[in-house]
Write a protein that binds this ligand. Sequence first.
Ligand SMILES: Nc1ncnc2c1ncn2[C@@H]1O[C@H](COP(=O)(O)OP(=O)(O)OP(=O)(O)O)[C@@H](O)[C@H]1O
Ligand SMILES: [Mg+2]
Length: 246
Amino acid sequence: MPKIEIRNLKKRFGENEVLRGINLSVEEGEICVILGASGSGKSVLIKHIIGLLRPDEGSISVKGKDITHLSEKELNEVRKSFGMVFQNSALFDSMTVYENVAFPLVEHTRLTGNEIREKVSEKLNILGLYNIEEKYPSELSGGMKKRVGLARAVILNPEIILYDEPTTGLDPITTMTVNEMILDAREKFNVTSIVISHDIGSAFMIADKIAFLYNGVIIAEGPPESVRKAQDENLRRFLDTWFRKV
Ligand SMILES: Nc1ncnc2c1ncn2[C@@H]1O[C@H](COP(=O)(O)OP(=O)(O)OP(=O)(O)O)[C@@H](O)[C@H]1O
Ligand SMILES: [Mg+2]
């Protein structure tokens, strides 16, 4: 049974048909990268997977359970299996970095203050962040915010992590750290990951499977080697911008 299975997913906003029949399955422990141009519907797709958006048609199953018609309360239960890294970091501005990262632990565990403190600094340190616990998001650079969002997403060691452009706007070294973190989470905890990206270099480095989203459907899907050789013209145009450079 796939960990996540999306069948014939359709979503429109008024006249704007964004998803026009998405089919995708992701196996346990797999790292699936969804590539696609800006505005192609990647964020809309990932938001359906944690039930932040409801589809017009089709279904999304998580661990064999269709989540499409669940109540908000039932969805909250399902969401405990997920970590989500939002494209805009989505930190709480009125909370410190410490409070942001600790939030899921305070909400969902009975750990003591000291245990929480330890876990928070451990995750921040892995991501190269030191002594920023008492700062507010507005005092951080974009890349730092991104990493704080990442620390918060992985703090409960979730089974499934959804990353919406985790490396966009990061310097090359931090990009590598994030890529290694994604690989590491799979290595150590068999985490299933869906990574949205237009960072083609990172995609080819970490993916077991790449899915290319174009015009509301997935037009190419498979292991990186096969996607790299695929002949679809729109995919070629997208990939060649990168492979011509290297
Ligand atoms: N809540 C919403 N209401 C109306 N339209 C929306 C909503 N969310 C997204 N859209 C539209 O859906 C389309 C796809 O948006 P989406 O954010 O998924 O793009 P994306 O592939 O993530 O792009 P980017 O790479 O720039 O992040 C866009 O035309 C956007 O305007
Ligand atoms: Mg997006």
